[in-house]
Write a protein that binds this ligand. Structure first.
Ligand code: G3H
Length: 243
C-alpha cells in the first residue's frame, strides 16, 4: 500500500519568524487530517532547527531542499547529511529542477546526494521532469527514463519518494492536466522494480486543483511550491477531498 505524501517546498522563502508564524496558523488545521497522509515541510536551512523544536510531537516532518554527498569539506554553501539529521530532519529533496538549472546539478551529483542521504538515514525526495522544449519535441518519456536510470543507480527504492515535476509547470500556473500527470507517473512506476514508492506530482499545485490531482490512481501526493507558503491554502491542499 503506497503512502500519501504531501510536501511544501518553501524554496528561498520564510525567515525563522515567518516560519514560526506559519506553524502557529498551520498546525491547528491538521487536527482532522487523515492519519495516512504524510505532511512534510521543506524549509530553508536556517529555519530547520527552530522548526524541529516546534514540530516535536506533531505529525509534520521536516525536509531540507538539498544535501551534500560528503560528510564534511570545503564545499561553500552546501550542507552535510549530519548537519540535517542532527536537527531532526528526516527527508531531503534532491535534484530539484531549480538546482539543476541554476546550480549545475547533474544526474551524477543527484545520484551522489540521494545515496548519501540514505546512508545518513534521510529519505530522498527525488525530482524528475522534462522542459517545455523536451515535451514539445515528444521526448518526455525518454528524458525521464534517462533521469531515473542515472539518478537511482544504487539507491534503495524502499526508502525513497519521487516527485514528477514538469519544469514547464513550475511556478507558471500552467498545471499539467491531472490525467497526463497520472499517465507519466504510471510510466515512471512501470520502470521501478518496486511498486510501493510514493510518487508525487509537482508544478502549480493549488487548493483549487488538488482534489482532481489526488483523484488520479497513480498519484500519491504533491510537492507544492508557491501554494505551500500560505498556511490556510496549504492546509486545504493537505486536507484534500478524497473522491
Ligand atoms: O518544489 C515545488 C515545485 O517546484 C512546484 O512549485 P510551484 O508549486 O510553485 O509550481
Amino acid at each position: 500500500m503506497r503512502r500519501v505524501v504531501i510536501a511544501g517546498n518553501w524554496k528561498m522563502h520564510k525567515t525563522q519568524a515567518e516560519s514560526l508564524e506559519f506553524l502557529q496558523s498551520f498546525l491547528p488545521k491538521l487536527e482532522n487530517t487523515p492519519e495516512d497522509r504524510e505532511v512534510i515541510l521543506c524549509a530553508p536551512y536556517t529555519d530547520l532547527g527552530m522548526m524541529s523544536k516546534n514540530l516535536h510531537g506533531t505529525r509534520v516532518r521536516l525536509s531540507s531542499q538539498n544535501v551534500h554527498w560528503e560528510e564534511s569539506g570545503a564545499f561553500t554553501g552546501e550542507i552535510s547529511p549530519a548537519m540535517l539529521t542532527e536537527v531532526g530532519v528526516t527527508y531531503a529533496v534532491v535534484g530539484h529542477s531549480e538546482r539543476r538549472q541554476y546550480f549545475g546539478e547533474t544526474d551524477e551529483t543527484v545520484n551522489l546526494r540521494a545515496r548519501a542521504a540514505q546512508k545518513a538515514g534521510l529519505t530522498p525526495i527525488l525530482c524528475v521532469g522534462e522542459s517545455k522544449e523536451q515535451r514539445d519535441a515528444g521526448k518526455t518519456e525518454t528524458v525521464i527514463s534517462e533521469q531515473l536510470k542515472a539518478d537511482l543507480a544504487g539507491v534503495d527504492l524502499s526508502r525513497l519518494v519521487i516527485a514528477y515535476e514538469p519544469i514547464w509547470a513550475i511556478g507558471t500556473g500552467d498545471t499539467c492536466e491531472a490525467k497526463e500527470a497520472n499517465r507519466v507517473i504510471g510510466l515512471i512506476r512501470s520502470q521501478l522494480s518496486s511498486g510501493d514508492i510514493p510518487i508525487q506530482y509537482g508544478g502549480s499545485v493549488k487548493s483549487s486543483n488538488i482534489d482532481e490531482i489526488m483523484a488520479q490512481p497513480e498519484i500519491d501526493g504533491a510537492l507544492v511550491g508557491g501554494a505551500s507558503l500560505d498556511p490556510e491554502g496549504f492546509a486545504r491542499i493537505v486536507n484534500y477531498q478524497s473522491v
